[in-house]
Design a protein around this ligand. Structure first.
Ligand SMILES: Cc1cc2nc3c(=O)[nH]c(=O)nc-3n(C[C@H](O)[C@H](O)[C@H](O)COP(=O)(O)O)c2cc1C
Length: 249
């Protein structure tokens, strides 16, 4: 039971090998995760060779965990396979819409997290790459993803080559509501974020970025409006091209 509170993301890996069979076995177990209507609305693409990992690296802003990992696994929302099955069996599929994308994306994320938990419990290190949706067009090209298949999240995996500090979490009581949502006020925001702001690493981070508050590091440096709007537009284009979103909707 100590696993959950002691787990951490691993971004650097040792040279210890992981076989295709080991990766597939963990994925097979992960695929027993809950899934919308038992449809399993996902596919995974495993990149193992140096050439395959290098081809994906720029789409992940060359984060070192990509080329350093034993495997880079791109988890894709996939309604293509199910749609084809319907057509071949005399059924009329209606899955080229946003609701279907959301169902497939939820299935995909649940699968990815189940895989991460299994891998970590087996002594492996993993790192999620949120850059997957930011640079989805490049990933779609590199992996040859067809219509109704969209990359949602990537996980790098390998044996740990580092032992980073645990990252703290917000007080759980601040994130739980009973019966009805209680909106935050200045006092409860303080209760939620004061400890996080006073952590040594976060004070250092704020100073290094020349900001007055940690929140400004998030808004002005890490996740800016400009970047969010830019990548939103790109992702809306991805959903249109993949036929999950059409202009009539
Ligand atoms: C949706 C999502 C996207 C993430 N993207 C990245 C990423 O692009 N690069 C990275 O190094 N870590 C990424 N992470 C890992 C987080 O930075 C990490 O989980 C967080 O800092 C908490 O640390 P911990 O997992 O060690 O507890 C991502 C995690 C999630 C859930």
């Amino acid at each position: 039971m100590d696993y959950f509170k002691n787990r951490r993301t691993i971004r650097r890996y040792s040279d210890r090998k992981l076989t295709d069979a080991e990766i597939e076995s963990m994925l097979e177990q992960a695929m027993h995760a809950p899934t919308c209507g038992s449809m399993q609305l996902y596919s995974v693409v495993i990149s193992r060779s140096d050439a395959e990992k290098q081809a994906l690296a720029p789409a992940h802003f060359n984060q070192p965990s990509v080329t350093g990992a034993q495997a880079v696994i791109t988890f894709c929302a996939d309604f293509n396979r199910f749609t084809q099955w319907c057509r071949l069996r005399g059924a009329d599929p209606g899955y080229d819409n946003v609701q279907s994308f959301i169902s497939a994306a939820l299935d995909t994320v649940i699968l990815a997290q189940q895989f991460v938990t299994i891998a970590e419990m087996n002594g492996l290190g993993t790192c999620y790459l949120g850059t997957t949706t930011w640079n989805a067009p490049q990933i779609i090209d590199t992996l040859g993803l067809p219509e109704l298949v969209v990359p949602v999240i990537t996980v790098t995996v390998g044996y740990p080559g580092e032992n980073p500090d645990l990252q703290p979490r917000l007080p759980h009581r601040s994130l739980i509501h009973y019966g009805r949502y209680t909106p935050c006020d200045a006092e409860s925001i303080g209760q939620c974020y004061d400890d996080f702001e006073s952590l040594g690493q976060n004070r250092k981070f704020t100073a290094e970025n020349g900001k007055e508050t940690l929140a400004q590091v998030f808004t002005d440096v890490r996740y800016t409006r400009q970047a969010n709007e830019h990548f939103s537009e790109i992702f809306i284009g991805v959903l249109k091209k993949a036929k999950f979103l059409n202009t009539q909707q």
